[in-house]
Design a protein around this ligand. Structure first.
Ligand SMILES: Nc1ncnc2c1ncn2[C@@H]1O[C@H](COP(=O)(O)OP(=O)(O)OP(=O)(O)O)[C@@H](O)[C@H]1O
Ligand SMILES: [Mg+2]
Length: 296
């Protein structure tokens, strides 16, 4: 295998950071009037991890103002598993970017673990993001021509973790998503489901408080989607990791404990999932399919 220097890796890491960092280059503009979203309070005793207070986000596109969020108030506690739903353009990704500290509200307040993120400067945001948040995207966002193991090492390079510790933790994370045997595979040698599991391992290596996944199963078939949800459910259950997943698929939302529906930049509904699906059980009941483990 072609090994690269850690300097090469750092260059790639910078590129990946750019790819991962979707923060808006479009000028944010001033406050907006009006706020009518209803807030669902946390059950007593639940530890508030995320708190949004009347958050607005307005983008300017030339002469046009786009009101992506129109006063969102929301609390999410540690150990919750939330599915965000709603039509295209309703503000789901905008809110995920704010929660993940990729972007700041135009108006309103955002507290993450009690820290008022709305007032933190850009380097401070990057630091919080790197320590507290793991991201997973629909398109996996793996660095091409870079092994699974090296992809998982990337966030630890930003965090300044030494090489041997990086390898050890990257291996453990790949093991946790069932990919120990594919450490040296390049992204193009992995199936979609396997690539998404590498992305999940990468999201986990810095021990985040929070996993944010924006349509993580959007590019996957049914079985592979359930496999990914099985990993999210396991992490949520075993590590009390807070998971927030954006999805267009009602079936996928049923693996969460709580569903928040957006409409026109506001929270339209916010409710508990009544008969939650268990991914392990669903997988056991699915008919065996062409297994994607063997693709390379
Ligand atoms: N960087 C940006 N500049 C300008 N407008 C933006 C930007 N990002 C999002 N928007 C606009 O803000 C609104 C909300 O977008 P957002 O991406 O949050 O929607 P979404 O609910 O994630 O949709 P989808 O389901 O299609 O992913 C849309 O009208 C979108 O066009
Ligand atoms: Mg989106």
């Amino acid at each position: 295998m072609h090994l690269r220097s850690s300097q090469d890796l750092e260059v790639e890491a910078a590129g990946a950071a750019e790819a991962i960092n979707m923060s808006s280059h479009i000028e944010a503009i001033g406050p907006l009037p009006g706020d009518d979203s209803r807030e669902r309070k946390l059950p007593a005793g639940q530890d508030g991890l995320i708190r949004l207070e009347r958050v607005h986000k307005t983008y300017r596109l030339g002469d046009i103002e786009v009101h992506a969020l129109r006063g969102v108030s929301l609390q999410i506690g540690r150990g919750e598993f939330v599915a965000i739903m709603g039509p295209s353009g309703s503000g789901k990704s905008t809110m995920m970017n704010i929660i993940g500290c990729l972007d700041r509200p135009t108006k309103g307040q955002y507290l993450l673990e009690g820290i008022d993120v709305s007032t933190v400067d850009k380097p401070g945001l990057a630091d919080i993001r790197n320590k507290k948040v793991g991201f997973v995207f629909q398109s996996f966002n793996l660095v091409p021509r870079t092994s699974a193991l090296e992809n998982v090492e990337l966030p630890m390079i930003y965090a300044g973790v030494g090489s041997s510790e990086r390898k050890r933790r990257a291996r453990a994370a790949l093991n946790e998503v069932g990919l120990s045997n594919r450490e040296q595979s390049m992204p193009n040698q992995l199936s979609g489901g396997q690539q998404q599991r590498v992305a999940l391992a990468r999201a986990l290596v810095n021990n985040p408080s929070l996993i944010l996944a924006d349509e993580p199963t959007g590019a996957l078939d049914t079985r592979t989607s359930v496999e990914v949800m099985e990993i999210f459910q396991r992490l949520n259950r075993e590590r009390n990791l807070t998971v927030i997943v954006v999805t267009h698929e009602p079936d996928i939302a049923q693996y969460a404990k709580r569903i928040i529906q957006f409409r026109d930049g506001r929270i339209h509904r916010d409710f508990a999932v009544e008969s939650r699906k268990d991914a392990t059980q669903v997988l056991a009941e699915l008919p065996p399919e062409g297994d994607d483990e063997d693709q390379s």
